[in-house]
Design a protein around this ligand. Structure first.
Ligand code: C2E
Ligand code: MG
Ligand code: MG
Length: 563
């Protein structure tokens, strides 16, 4: 009796415990974000509890194709062998059509004889976690500003492309892009404008290439592009199109900004089979394109390594030359042909190198322009010219106007105004005695700073001469817009005057244009009497060149001046 009672009490207690457990688990379930599901032995889903919406899958096996965390086969095998599983991440679309990620775990349910009766398990919406994960992954592999693959991703992709090309016996092109004068846009218009320019530049490049070409941003204004299965000919076509696309101005903060691009290209396997070397070679070629005056492209050639080395040496040499006074000026007189009078003097820079002897300016000015050395050179030239003028004036000479060549890079800096003003004041040189020679190309970019400097030069009262006219993108527009005083007909046209009817026609047109606009004219590089005669009949009478005089020292020039 006592036993039976005990048994009853125990069973009652057990029951109470059980219903207590059920209640407890119900609470847990309600508080949980997990969904609960069951399947039958055919793996058909028979119940879903606590889910905000229906599960779209009919069979558990349907989920395998949408599995992200494992392969479809792994998931299928697990289910078909009735194993326990945890954390399969699958995707589906919710009732609003939005992509949704579910993490699902399950445990087989066995009958009294150990037979498989189905699965029971939980699922959870992990869409936010997956999205977050993807964002982190994206940021680690992409540049946030442009959305392009970043440096680390680029390396992987390049290696991958090369492995593929090796197997398929194909070529891979690597292009290295660097925006010209990007720093200036950043400095003058601000970082937001710089960012805008980078985004637009990236878009412009991608618009010119195939969908399969991979553009990456390495940082700053450097971009690289991997072109798989492309020939060097394709590359030529492509870079030319990109350069053309950059000829149009960018619209940034309601301003038109001109920004060109320099491109270097290396080719697998022609140049190298090593991915890292490909980058170095494309970079070297790009550097070479910059040296060539920017807005240009260059394919890698094996002598570029040598050139890069020379370049560095030259830069070092220029620095030393400035410090050790190896630079000096020579002067070329400008003659009025009818009277024979010296009406002007052009100052030309020379470098007396201790070992290499005289180095002409074209060999080093471009190198100096790549760094701030060009400002130091400009300062040296302006200072030397004004000092020389002052010395002649003090010696009682009647001195004609002196023309100074100013680098386009200097014209784009805000140092020029201060320099001219202060040096003129220092030597008490009046403005009518100086003329600033700039090449047409300096005016191609309609940068605010160029406009400002041009106005400043005019406000100081100096005249402006357009050097090497006819060689660049000459247009009437420039002459009108920039308020220049003088045009110098480029030496190459003068050279062809006697033999080439085309050159004669061009010179006639330039002269007519200059007269119509009321501009002074100078013919440069005159080497013989025939050229003098043709120029004279065209109407150009102020001339300079070896026919009249080679460039001379200040002492020699003073003998031509009226005392
Ligand atoms: P540019 O201003 O057009 O100077 C004319 C060049 O032609 C000079 O070469 C001059 O020596 C040369 N030349 C003059 N007459 C004749 C001739 O009859 N026949 C031939 N074949 N050549 C003649 P240079 O001095 O080597 O200067 C080359 C360029 O370097 C200049 O072209 C100018 O753009 C630049 N440059 C020269 N001095 C300076 C300077 O002080 N500052 C800057 N930024 N550039 C300079
Ligand atoms: Mg000149
Ligand atoms: Mg010239």
């Amino acid at each position: 009796m006592g036993d039976k009672l005990n048994k009853n009490i125990n069973s009652l207690l057990e029951h109470a415990q059980l219903s207590d457990d059920v209640e407890r688990f119900k609470d847990y379930a309600e508080a949980s974000a997990d969904w609960f599901w069951e399947s039958d032995s055919d793996l058909k889903i028979t119940a879903v509890l606590n889910a905000p919406e229906e599960i779209k899958f009919v069979y558990l096996t349907d989920m395998a194709a949408a599995c992200h965390s494992h392969t479809s086969n792994e998931m299928l095998k697990t289910l078909e062998t009735h194993q326990k599983f945890a954390d399969f991440v699958i995707h589906t679309t919710n009732q609003h059509g939005k992509l949704q990620y579910l993490r699902i775990s399950g445990k087989p349910v066995l009958g009294s004889k150990g037979e498989f009766c189905g699965y029971r398990g939980v699922a959870r919406d992990v869409s936010e976690v997956v999205a977050l994960n993807r964002r982190v992954e994206f940021l680690a592999t992409h540049d946030e500003l442009t959305g392009l693959p970043n440096r680390s991703q680029f390396r992987q992709r390049l290696e991958h492309a090369i492995t593929k090309a090796e197997r398929a016996n194909r070529q891979v092109l690597l292009m290295f892009f660097d925006l010209d004068h990007f720093k200036m846009v950043n400095d003058t218009l601000g970082h937001d404008a710089g960012d805008q320019l980078l985004i637009q530049a990236a878009r412009r490049i991608t618009q010119q290439v195939r969908a399969t070409d991979i553009l990456c941003r390495l940082g700053g204004d450097e971009f690289v592009m991997i072109m798989e299965g492309a020939s060097p000919q394709d590359g030529h076509r492509c870079v030319r199109e990109i350069i053309r696309a950059f000829a149009n101005p960018f619209e940034i903060q309601e301003q038109r900004v001109y920004c060109t691009v320099s491109i270097g290209v290396s080719v697998y396997p022609d140049d190298t089979t090593d991915p890292q070397a490909m980058v170095v070679y494309a970079d070297l070629a790009m550097y070479r394109a910059k040296q060539n005056g920017r807005n240009d492209f260059q394919f890698y050639t094996s002598n570029l390594n040598f050139i890069a080395h020379q370049w560095l040496e030259m830069e070092h040499g220029i620095r030393q030359a400035l410090a050790e006074n190896q630079f000096f000026l020579v002067y070329e007189p400008q003659i009025e042909n009818i009277t024979g009078e010296v009406v002007g003097i052009e100052a030309l820079l020379r470098w007396r190198h201790p070992e290499r002897g005289l180095i002409p300016p074209l060999e080093f000015i471009r190198i100096a322009e790549q760094s701030s050395l060009i400002y130091d050179i400009g300062e040296f030239v302006v200072e030397s010219c004004c000092r020389q003028l002052r010395a002649w004036l003090d010696d009682g000479y009647s001195v004609p106007r002196m023309s100074i060549n100013i680098s386009p890079r200097h014209l784009r800096s805000d140092r020029l105004g201060k320099l001219l003003g202060s040096v003129m004041a220092k030597y008490n040189i009046s403005a009518h005695m100086l003329c600033i020679e700039i090449t047409e190309n300096a005016l191609l970019e309609e940068a605010e700073i160029v406009k400002k400097n041009m106005h400043m030069i005019k406000d100081l009262g100096l005249s402006i001469s357009l050097d090497d006219f006819g060689m660049g993108h000459s247009s009437l527009l420039y002459l009108k817009r920039w308020d220049v005083d003088e045009v110098k007909i480029d030496r190459t046209f003068v050279e062809g005057l006697v033999d080439s009817e085309d050159d004669r026609a061009i010179v006639r047109a330039i002269v007519a244009l200059a007269h119509a606009l009321g501009l002074n004219l100078v013919g440069e590089g005159v080497e013989n009497q025939e050229q003098v005669d043709v120029l004279a009949t065209c109407g150009c009478t102020v001339l300079q060149g070896y026919y009249f005089a080679q460039s001379m020292s200040s002492k020699e020039i003073s003998q031509l001046l009226i005392h």
